[in-house]
Ligand binder design. Structure first.
Ligand code: PMP
Length: 378
């Protein structure tokens, strides 16, 4: 199989799986238990937080809360800050559904939410942002790297604009497609809250974390035994958490080598795609090299996706979480014409993607397009 849908999920690495097994068998103790074996897992949990804090260059007195994934972390953040009827939240229009749909829901329930538009390259429109940054804004959520196009938002520039306006505004960024792939330095980014997920970086599914800057208070979604500093009750998913931390270390140790090779692969893919008639590459060269969105006009993306699957080549159509939804909020807000939106596909690579994989994908894609055109007389 050639798997080119790594932005939707990845296969757990051998080392992360070993860690998972170790904390499910030999070290299965409850970290809240009073006996030594429990206490020692608790200690390891605190070290795990410090490991992630140091990978993202946070202060050691900042906090990390482990969650069931990025969706939970994002829900926690939005529900903590979009709760004042006289305040306004600014949310990027291209956010993942775990931010966008929560914001939309809160808006429908009478809270003030404004969505910030996009430039034609998929990044946040700074002028639109500035015009919406009124005195009543108390919360901003703008993702770091977009999951459909790979567009990288200028988070530190947005932070400077926010701080110039009002030091007290809480700034959150969903960093799921950035963490472990491009440099993430929360100090430089200036964020108060930053969401990450395990299964996008070769860790297990069902684990994520929320970075919380010291002094920022958020509300729990779940009440119970008071684990995770009262912010996320429930016995900690220790196999998942420690396995995630193993994946974090591997990603961090190899980040620059992997990034440089992803840049070369992304160029190679784009150079080859550009040879296809009428194709539109939706991800420009400033995007994350791990995600390449392209559109084939007058073609149904799903048909091409299934034709490739028959050849054992897996690619995505936009975001996996919203792949059954009609239309495309992100591409349409970038000003992409309708005929290109229906034919939008996404290739997302990883460090293992080889030139052979790419060559095979391009070859089969061209064959699929020709067959599609033949069958539909286009
Ligand atoms: N945010 C972004 C940008 C994502 O790509 C995803 C995964 N598709 C999520 C949030 C949700 O992550 P999780 O599966 O860990 O809930």
């Amino acid at each position: 199989m050639i798997f080119l849908d790594n932005a939707s999920t990845t296969k757990i690495s051998n080392l992360a799986l070993q860690t998972y097994n170790q904390y499910s068998t030999d070290k299965y103790f409850n970290p809240s238990a009073l006996y030594m074996k429990g206490a020692s897992i608790q200690k390891e949990l605190e070290n795990a937080r410090q490991t992630i804090l140091s990978i993202i260059n946070a202060d050691k007195f900042d906090n990390i809360i482990f969650t069931s994934g990025a969706t939970e972390a994002n829900n926690m953040v939005l529900n903590s800050f979009i709760k004042y009827k006289n305040k306004t939240a600014l949310i990027g229009i291209s956010e993942h559904p775990s931010v966008y749909n929560v914001a939309k829901n809160l808006l429908d329930n009478g809270y003030n939410v404004k969505f910030v538009g996009l430039n034609d390259n998929g990044t946040i429109d700074i002028n639109d942002f500035k015009s919406k940054l009124t005195d009543d804004v108390n919360f901003v959520s703008i993702m770091h790297v977009n999951n459909e196009t790979g567009a990288i938002n200028p988070i530190s520039e947005i932070n400077s604009i926010i701080r110039e306006k009002n030091q007290k505004i809480i700034f959150h960024s969903d960093g799921v497609q950035a963490f472990g792939k491009i440099d993430v330095d929360v100090d430089e980014l200036g964020v108060d809250l930053y969401t990450i997920s395990s299964h996008k970086i070769f860790g297990p599914k069902g684990v994520g974390a929320l970075y919380i800057k010291k002094g920022v208070n958020i509300n729990p979604l779940m009440i119970g035994g008071g684990q995770e500093m009262n912010l996320r009750s429930g016995t900690e998913n220790t196999p998942g958490i420690f396995s995630f931390v193993t994946a974090c270390k591997i990603a961090s140790d190899n980040l620059h080598d992997n990034y440089n090779s992803a840049v070369k692969k992304a160029h190679y893919i784009k150079d080859n795609l550009e040879l296809i008639d009428n194709i539109r590459i939706n991800s420009d060269n400033n995007c994350s090299p791990y995600i390449i969105s392209f559109s084939l006009p007058h073609l149904r993306a799903e048909t091409i996706l299934r034709m490739l699957e028959q050849k054992d080549i897996i690619i995505g159509n936009g975001s996996a979480c919203s792949s059954h939804k009609k239309g495309n909020r992100i591409l349409s807000n970038m000003g992409v014409e309708q005929e290109y939106i229906e034919g939008a596909l996404r290739v997302s690579i990883n460090h293992d993607t080889s030139t052979d994989d790419i060559d095979n994908f391009i070859k089969e894609l061209k064959l699929a397009i020709n067959e599609y055109k033949k069958n539909t007389n286009r």
